[in-house]
Design a protein around this ligand. Sequence first.
Ligand SMILES: [Zn+2]
Length: 314
Amino acid sequence: MAMIIPRVNPECDADVALAIGRIYRRIRRRSKTSTKIRLIRMHLDPALKRFERLVPRSLRTYLSWHYHGSLAEYTSRCGFDQAYKGQRLFTRIYVKLQRSLPDSYEPLYITLESVLTFLDYCCFSSLKPRNLVDTAISANRRLDYCRFCGAPAEYKAFLDGDHSFKEEDPEDKLRLSNWYCSKHKPWLSEGNSNSLYRRALRSKASFDMDVFRLRMAIGEPLRDPWRDNEDLIEIFLRKYIQEHEIDLEDYASIREHARALTDQSMTDQKKIVCALLYLGKNQSQISEHLGITRQAVSKIKKSIHPSYIYINNA
Ligand SMILES: [Zn+2]
């Protein structure tokens, strides 16, 4: 049976298209993952590097491999399946945003699509399913961040020359953590379990979501039109990014802010309330939108830290 090789869209970035074409000619779907990754490193990574420089900085975050250094690095860390799913999600969100962008960003979409098709083609690697490692964890491992914040994990910090947490441990009993910073590690030096760790573990899902959303929330805070709650959350986050002057290239700082939002219990509902207040809606409009009583809205509003309530001066 002849294998059908996907065609690369002619409007895809020429270098990237050439590289993908080269790889298609050298692999079969069942080729070993390591072969595919080697070819990506050889042909596609240099083309994507060049392409990345043409993409406006603020949009580079839609390239799923951007924070991992290269596509070869990204796919070897989390596997083609996860890389495909990740890029598909990023592309979807980009498409949603694209409506508000000038036409000149069209090449990004087409190139993303070509990479996506390519990743999909690569997914079929072996007949027996492999257990993929948790993507979030493996990503952190490579980047050496604490799983719960933007600080480096202890071991990484130690390698980088920060020996402060060893000073309280002259007998060298303490094992340095590969996964957590000294604030968030499960066990404290006295052998007590760490309540900050337990708390962070409970809120891990919402922390990861906030990291992801902050990375995606690019641009001026939208006002109108918004369609759903996800849009409202994005309005809040864009305003938040603007207020805190967050550099979206600074992944550590994004993680710190996600931690802060999670620790302040900024649930989705609270973010929505903040966005609606920012959009100038009054309490009864908010209660109507959320389908709850005005008293409940007022209670939620009181529970929100005042620094998150942005006055709309428009
Ligand atoms: Zn931490």
